[in-house]
Design a protein around this ligand. Structure first.
Ligand SMILES: [Zn+2]
Length: 174
């Protein structure tokens, strides 16, 4: 898979295991077009459709069109991809959010933060610098900071999410 992994603050792409909490494929989506995963936005603690609707209204004037689901993997990945609807044949954006966010200890501002981050990938194209794909360029980072709980989300993402993911991998309920 051609995903890149990183923390929201780190502009450098890293493959560090502990940073595999956001993976953005940008436009590299061909391998994911064959099959659509089940789309399950309703979690135990958070309904992603509601979070997406609020983020869309607040930051995108309700103009964003995409679908959202809790990730089907046990790992900690949140990412954005482009899929093809097998019935209509149309492409659509799909945001997948790590289940580490569907936790009792996860405040709404943290879920909204990661949803906002992935929404930005829907609207901001991947930049190319000397043949290198830059998923989180300067424009991306500037817009990311417009999220009013950016610092709080970032802290939660770095400090709590990795613990939740480790717990999930040990089979614990969040
Ligand atoms: Zn990203």
């Amino acid at each position: 898979m051609g995903g890149t992994c990183h923390t929201p603050q780190d502009p450098e792409e890293q493959d560090d295991e502990k940073d595999q909490v956001l993976a953005d494929k940008g436009e590299k989506t061909l391998e994911s077009r064959s099959k659509i995963p089940p789309i399950r936005p309703k979690g135990t603690y958070h309904d992603l459709n509601q979070v997406l609707a609020a983020v869309n209204e607040t930051y995108f004037d309700g103009a964003l069109t995409c679908r959202i689901t809790w990730s089907n993997r046990v790992g900690g990945l949140s990412f954005h991809s482009v899929r093809k609807d097998p019935i209509t044949g149309e492409n659509f954006h799909l945001i997948s959010i790590s289940k580490g966010y569907d936790a009792k200890n996860c405040p709404l501002y943290a879920v909204a933060g990661v949803v906002y981050h992935e929404c930005l990938h829907v609207v901001i194209p991947v930049e190319e610098h000397n043949g290198r794909r830059v998923v989180h360029g300067r424009i991306f980072r500037q817009r990311e900071r417009r999220y009013i709980y950016f610092d709080e989300w970032n802290r939660w993402h770095k400090e709590v999410l990795p613990r939740n993911i480790r717990a999930m991998r040990r089979g614990k309920e969040l």
